[in-house]
Ligand binder design. Sequence first.
Ligand code: F6P
Length: 548
Amino acid sequence: MTTLTGQPQWQQLTELAKSVKQTHMRDLFANDSQRAESMQAEACGIFLDYSKNRVTDEVMTSLFDLARAQGLEEARERMFSGAPINKTEQRSVLHTALRNLSNRPVKLDGEDVMPEIQATLDKMRDFTQSIHNQTHTGYTGKPIKHVVAIGIGGSFLGPKIMTEALKPYRSEAVQVHFVANVDGCHIHDVLSALDHEETLIVMSSKSFSTQETLQNTVSAKQWFLAAGGSQSDIAQHFVAVSSNVSAATEFGITEDNIFPMWDWVGGRYSLWSAIGLPICLALGYDNFHRLLKGAHQMDEHFSSAPLEQNLPVIMAMLGVWYRNFFDAQSHVLLPYYHYLRGLPAYVQQLDMESNGKRTTLAGETVNYETGPIIWGSEGTNGQHSFHQLIHQGTSIIPADFMLPLNVPNQNDTHHAMLASNCFGQTQALMQGKTFDECYADLANETDEERRSELAAHKTMPGNKPSNTLLFNELDPETLGALVALYEHKVFVQGVIWDVNSFDQWGVELGKQLGNEVLDGIQGNAQPDQFDLSTSQLIDKFRRANSID
Ligand code: F6P
């Protein structure tokens, strides 16, 4: 296979970038009255305006050609059909099967995986209903009022952020709390406010070996027993979600209380599996199903729409354009909707854990940039903080703005202000403000030197790229589609960069060394096991905590 930088389209894009860098988007708009209308796409209730990007039709054509040359269409087909595309872990990547609401079978090694997915969904539905209608109670007969969901990474971010984003759809039956960090402050704060007789613990760990989740569950068990529950009452108060059923039963969770998942679901793609149980408990099963439906619709769009109208492909290729031809280091997500404020953190794991890679599928070190830094927060808050750097700093930071056109329970003035800020920011980033415009504004300044100096400080270069994503309202279907859109965007970029988007070896090393350091802190390490700096830190910790 030709390497990425050896593709003729890559060479062409390199040349195009030279001329586009000399062009201002103000001129692109001025010279093409159709630009806004032609640079837009819509699917699954999501409208994308990408006209405020530093691209021409020629650039877009070359980007789509590059995607074809890198085998995107074949790779997409291989993912959906269950080929073992997670090469290093020799696994299929079938999160799309979890939301496959068509009647099409999905075969893995000749076997249809859909029946076991459906059986798990049924189990999630029945369990959720039994909690909500109070047929499943706590051991003293009190209804379950609180759910504490323990998990980290993909076993935390998806459930937490979807539950938060769909606040207007929440069930009154239970309140769901999330605990991820091994920092004991978190679990302490959550549990100390709860009545153990009314609390259900959902422990989510695909591997059932993640230190933080195991420790937090041990602490929850101790809390439950210390508060008066007995060992035999645990079955009514503890359930687990895991692909490692034997480890979960060994830990003391009864088999009936284990919701299965599979090794062909990556952690950061797992909210659609039983890892989504806390979402069901918070919103009711029907709303969880609507989430799956929206994601499925985006899967259908991604797998069938021509690349030129394909939302994930357009967004992915724009990202490649800035990352590889403009040297953009980061990409910012700016949801203008309070309930969607967690999305940047969700996409951060999805994107950075997937494409933060430096080795091609063939095992070579890449000679180009791969995944960007993903960051962001809710608008308008960022406007009064980090937007300054996006407007006038020296880096180029492509942005995704997103806004629901309608919001529940809100007065019109707030929402109109929110929308105007969102659109106004994209406009300011695109057009900027020239020195002459700033100078003219300062007509009252009589000191000529000060006038020029101030005008220079106020000048905004503009030409800063952004996408704007609009949707009617953030209902479960739209949220499902939005999350699937980002999943597929990440997939497309992984194909372009020829990396495995589905492993995470860097994270694994951190886990291993963390465990070794814990041995060191507990006095079980070999002499000279650690470098001098790490030994010094361990010693300081041991002294401060009187460990000898
Ligand atoms: O931190 C790495 C990671 O493996 C993530 O990919 C995963 O989502 C998270 O840990 C939690 O893993 P598990 O669900 O196995 O506890």
